[in-house]
Unconditional design. Structure first.
Length: 597
C-alpha cells in the first residue's frame, strides 16, 4: 500500500488558515499553499517576508467539519484537534475542499503500523557526534528495581512467569512479588482476577509501607473464593498489621460489577483487609466531562458567572479532586500506618494507575524530578498496561457513546500532577511545559513511546527497533534545559496537597490556550535571573571569605600574638564577615568583571 493511493489532491493554492484562539480578535491567519503528505497537512505562507508554516499530524485531528458557502464557490474545513486547537481552512473551490476532506478522512483511519513514528527519523540520530540516550532501555524493570532488591532482597524477587504474556497480557514480562510466593500461587491469583491482573508491588516506602495494584476479583454473585489469591494478597502484610483496599469505584458500581461476575473482595475471605470506596469517574463519564469542560473554555459569549457555572457543571475539576483525595488517603495509610494498601477499580488499567502514580509523587521525591517522572510513566502506565492507543483514538471534541473506549485517563493524571506542581512549585525539577508536552505526545507524536496498548503490543510492533523514544528526545541537553524549573529546590519530604474544592485550579495554560502562560514565562525568566545573581553573590562572598582569611593569616591576626579583639572586630562580627567589607569587596570584583568584559 502506498500513501499516494489515498491522496486525492496533493496540493491546493490560495488556502487561508485561521487558528481559532480563546481570545476575541486574536485569531491567527496564514494564506498560502496547502500540501498533503502521507502523515501531515502542511500549509506554507507564500509571502517571503512572513515565513510561517503549519505541520499538522492526521493523528492529532479529532473531528473534521465541512461548511459549504452557498453564496460563493468556496467553503471551509474546520479541524478540531486533540490538543484542543481549532483550525479553519478556507477554500476558493468546493471541488478542492471535498477532495481535501476525503483525503483527510482516509489518512486519519490508517492502521497503527502506518502511523508517523514508524517513518520519522530525527536528525540527531544521523549525527554521530551526538550521544543519544536510548529511551527504550533506560527504564528497564531490572534497573528500576535494583535498589529495592539490593536493600530488601530477602523480601522481594522479580518473577519472569509472565515472560510470554500468557499469565496476563497487559502486564510486563517482569513483575515484583514477595520472595516466598511461588509462581503457582501467582497463576492461581491471575486466573481469579479480571484479565489476569494479579496483585503486584508498585512502590515500597522507606518506613515499610507498600503500594500494590491489581484488577477486581471475579467473585460474582455467589462470592467465589480463591485460596491462591488470598495467600498472595496476605503475603504483602506484615505480622499483626491489617491492610487497606482502596476501590476506585462507587458501591453501586461494585454491585453492578458483581452481577456480571466481578465485584470486590469478600470480607470473610480477606479478614485482614479493610475496604473503602473512593469513586473516580469512569471512562465514558470522564470523556463526557472533558468535552463539557473544553466546550465551556471555548465559549467566550457567556458572562463570568455563567462560565464558572459551566466549568463546575462539567465535573472535570471534581474528578481531579476525587482522584487526589483517593491518592492522599492511600499515601497517608502508607506513611502513617506503614501498612500495605491495594488499589484497584474494575480493569485496573485506568483510575487505578492514576491513584498509584499520584501516591508515589506525594511520597517519593525522586518522582518529582524529570527522570523520575519519565520512570514513573514507564513503570505505572506503559509497563503496567494502560491502553494508550485505544484511549487516545479520540479527544474532547468527539461525540461519545456508551460503546466508546476512548478516555482521557492519562490527562486526568497529568491534571492532578499539575495541581501538585501548582501547590509545591519549588519541589518539582520540571515546569508545567513538560506536562503539556507529554500530554500532546500521548495523543499525537513523532515518537513511538505511546503507541500500543501494552508491553506485549509494543514488542509485537517492534517499536524499540522501528521507532524512536520520546525520552531519547527529551533527555538531550539542549531540549532538557527548556523544561527545567529554575525555582527547583530538592525537597526530601513528603508533600501533602490541599484537596479542598477551593484549592483545585483550572489548568489555564492547557485548556484556555498558551496566551495565559506568557506571564508565567516572564516570571520564570525573572526568577532565573534572580537565582543566577544570588549564586554569583554566594560565590563572590565565599571568595571574599577566603581572601580575608588569607590576609589575616599572613598578618598573624589569627595567632595568639594578634592585636586586641577591637581590631579584629572590623573583620568579624556576630554573623560572620563585616557587611561593609563584603559590600566593598563585592563592588571591586563587579568592577573588575565589567572591565574584563
Amino acid at each position: 500500500m502506498e500513501f499516494v493511493d489515498f491522496i486525492s489532491i496533493p496540493r491546493v493554492d490560495n488556502v487561508v488558515l485561521t487558528e481559532k484562539t480563546k481570545e476575541k480578535a486574536k485569531n491567527c491567519k496564514i494564506e498560502g499553499t496547502l500540501c498533503i503528505s502521507g502523515h501531515h497537512l502542511i500549509l506554507s505562507d507564500r509571502q517571503k517576508n512572513n515565513q510561517q508554516e503549519l505541520w499538522l499530524l492526521y493523528r492529532n485531528i479529532d473531528i473534521m467539519e465541512r461548511k459549504i458557502n452557498n453564496q460563493s464557490s468556496g467553503g471551509s474545513i474546520i479541524l478540531k484537534c486533540k490538543d484542543f486547537h481549532i483550525y479553519q481552512l478556507d477554500f476558493g473551490s468546493i471541488n478542492d475542499l471535498l477532495k481535501v476532506a476525503q483525503t483527510i478522512e482516509k489518512l486519519s483511519c490508517l492502521d497503527q503500523t502506518f502511523q508517523y513514528p514508524f517513518f520519522y527519523r530525527p536528525q540527531s540520530l544521523n549525527n554521530s557526534k551526538i550521544q543519544i540516550e536510548d529511551g527504550w532501555t533506560v527504564f528497564h524493570p531490572l534497573s528500576e528495581w535494583s535498589r529495592l532488591l539490593a536493600t530488601h532482597g530477602d523480601e522481594w524477587r522479580i518473577s519472569h512467569i509472565n515472560r510470554d504474556y500468557k499469565v496476563c497480557s497487559s502486564y510486563s514480562s517482569e513483575v515484583i512479588v514477595p520472595t516466598h510466593i511461588e509462581d503457582e500461587i501467582i497463576v492461581s491469583s491471575a486466573n481469579f482476577r479480571y484479565n489476569g491482573r494479579f496483585p503486584v508491588l508498585c512502590y515500597r516506602h522507606d518506613g515499610g509501607g507498600i503500594l500494590i495494584r491489581s484488577s477486581q476479583p471475579m467473585c460474582g454473585p455467589t462470592e467465589k473464593r480463591c485460596k491462591g489469591d488470598e495467600m498472595l494478597l496476605n503475603s504483602y502484610l506484615r505480622p499483626g498489621i491489617r491492610g487497606l483496599i482502596v476501590d476506585t469505584r462507587s458501591r453501586t458500581q461494585v454491585q453492578n460489577a458483581r452481577t456480571k461476575g466481578g465485584g470486590t473482595e469478600v470480607d470473610t475471605a480477606y479478614p485482614q483487609w479493610l475496604k473503602t470506596n473512593k469513586a473516580i469517574l469512569r471512562a465514558t463519564d470522564l470523556s463526557e466531562s472533558l468535552s463539557k469542560l473544553i466546550e465551556a473554555c471555548n465559549d467566550l459569549s457567556c458572562s463570568t458567572s455563567q462560565w464558572l457555572s459551566r466549568i463546575d457543571n462539567s465535573k472535570w475539576l471534581l474528578a481531579v479532586q476525587d482522584a487526589m483525595n483517593a491518592a492522599c488517603l492511600t499515601a497517608q495509610c502508607i506513611e502513617r500506618d506503614k501498612t500495605a494498601v491495594l488499589v484497584h477499580g474494575g480493569s485496573g488499567r485506568d483510575t487505578t494507575l492514576v491513584v498509584t502514580s499520584l501516591v508515589q509523587i506525594i511520597l517519593n521525591p525522586d518522582c518529582r524530578t524529570i527522570r523520575g517522572l519519565q520512570a514513573l510513566i514507564e513503570r505505572e502506565w506503559l509497563q503496567a498496561g494502560h491502553p494508550f492507543y485505544t484511549r487516545t483514538r479520540h479527544g474532547a471534541y468527539y461525540t461519545y457513546d456508551q460503546n466508546s473506549q476512548d478516555a482521557p485517563t492519562f490527562l486526568l493524571f497529568l491534571d492532578c500532577l499539575y495541581q501538585l506542581h501548582f501547590q509545591f512549585q519549588l519541589s518539582f525539577e520540571y515546569t508545567i511545559e513538560l506536562l503539556i508536552e507529554i500530554f500532546k505526545h500521548s495523543y499525537s507524536s513523532n515518537y513511538g513511546t505511546f503507541l500500543g496498548d501494552s508491553e506485549s503490543d509494543r514488542n509485537r510492533l517492534k517499536l524499540s527497533e522501528r521507532t524512536c523514544s520520546l525520552w531519547s528526545h527529551v533527555n538531550q541537553l539542549g531540549i532538557l534545559e527548556k523544561y527545567m524549573n529554575p525555582l527547583y529546590e530538592p525537597n526530601p519530604c513528603v508533600i501533602w496537597p490541599s484537596v479542598a474544592p477551593v484549592s483545585i485550579e483550572l489548568w489555564r495554560e492547557l485548556y484556555l490556550g498558551y496566551n495565559d502562560a506568557a506571564p508565567w514565562d516572564g516570571m520564570l525568566l525573572c526568577a532565573q535571573e534572580i537565582k543566577n545573581k544570588h549564586q554569583t553573590i554566594k560565590r563572590v562572598t565565599a571568595e571574599l571569605h577566603q581572601q580575608i582569611r588569607q590576609v589575616l593569616e599572613e598578618t598573624d591576626l589569627l595567632s595568639d600574638e594578634s592585636p586586641s579583639s577591637a581590631t579584629t572586630s572590623y573583620a568579624y562580627n556576630s554573623s560572620g564577615l563585616d557587611e561593609a567589607a563584603i559590600h566593598c569587596r563585592f563592588s571591586e570584583l563587579s568592577l573588575e568583571q565589567s572591565q574584563n568584559t
